[in-house]
Design a protein around this ligand. Structure first.
Ligand code: PDD
Length: 283
């Protein structure tokens, strides 16, 4: 695993041999998009949804998908290593231009990169989070590789001993630096609606779907910070962190300061879904 095989521009090669140009616009401008797709039992979770989001991100930055869905699926199939839980990272940048120029060159060849990494077990005791001002741009629905605000905000959380920073724009919670957020308020599962303020998370959609199918009350609506801070439960969701309970927010316990009952239900539904994916042909 020290030198795993990765995919770069049509070739499968050892990671330490993968090279891109210093004129690549991903390197110079962060001009590109990405996806992270969890794999359980060798099967990608919600592959179509991830690929559709990749296509949406590409379209938003005026690019076409360099590969068809079938080609992406075949590429991912070749990178998966054994049955263990892992995630596939896909990145498409606009490629190298003739010189450094902000405007998009007429003809560039996209750089397509993919690698596979193990997914580490998710802690079940719950994590601490802080709230921070959402300093990002207004197209957060695009899964752009331009992640400097997310990096700096996450580091501020880490510096304060926390696992995530939950971002707040004009008094309303948007999402985490690399996760979506949920709260349980008056017994109802609530998550902010999709739009330019947050990434339309695949895990978010799945959690909503599983909760609704199980008859749990759930709503997509804006959450004011004050309501959020007094929620019975808070969770963050992502492809690599699944459904993770936040038990402390800004130094104060969330609810009883332990993972809540609704989280237990939803996390069990999520684990069931993963188990079915491992064992059944199509979920
Ligand atoms: N990030 N919001 C942001 C800003 C994210 O970066 C992510 C995921 C999510 C959750 O989306 P999904 O459920 O589709 O993973 C929400 C990935 C895991 C990352 O950047 O590594």
């Amino acid at each position: 695993m020290d030198d795993p095989v990765v995919y770069l521009n049509g070739e499968f090669l050892p990671l330490n041999q993968a090279r891109v140009s210093v004129l690549d616009r991903g390197f110079l401008f962060g001009d590109g998009v990405y996806e992270v797709i969890p794999i359980y039992g060798g099967r990608p979770l919600r592959l179509d949804e991830h690929l559709r989001r990749l296509e949406d991100s590409l379209r938003s930055i005026r690019m076409d998908s360099p590969l068809s869905r079938a080609e992406w699926a075949a590429l991912i199939g070749r990178l998966i290593e054994g049955p263990g839980d892992q995630s596939v990272y896909l990145q498409v940048t606009r490629g190298a231009g003739p010189k450094r120029d902000h405007a998009i060159p007429k003809e560039t060849k996209p750089t397509v990169f993919a690698m596979c990494s193990p997914i580490l077990p998710v802690p079940v005791v719950g994590v601490s989070a802080i709230t921070l001002d959402d300093i990002r741009w207004r197209w957060c629905n695009i899964k752009a590789i331009t992640l400097l605000p997310n990096v700096l905000l996450r580091q501020e959380a880490v510096d304060r001993g926390c696992a995530e920073a939950i971002l707040v724009r004009e008094g309303y919670v948007t999402e985490g630096t690399a996760s979506n957020v949920f709260a349980v308020i008056d017994g109802v599962i609530v998550t902010p609606p999709k739009g330019g303020e947050l990434l339309p998370g695949i895990t978010r959609d799945l959690v909503l779907e599983l909760a609704c199918a199980a008859g749990l009350p759930a709503q997509e609506r804006r959450i004011a910070l004050e309501q959020f801070a007094n929620a019975e439960e808070i969770w963050i969701t992502s492809s690599t962190r699944e459904v993770l309970p936040v038990v402390e927010l800004d130094g104060r316990p969330v609810g009883l300061g332990v993972p809540g009952r609704v989280w237990e239900r939803v996390a069990a539904l999520y684990q069931d879904f993963k188990q079915r994916l491992r064992t059944e042909a199509a979920v």
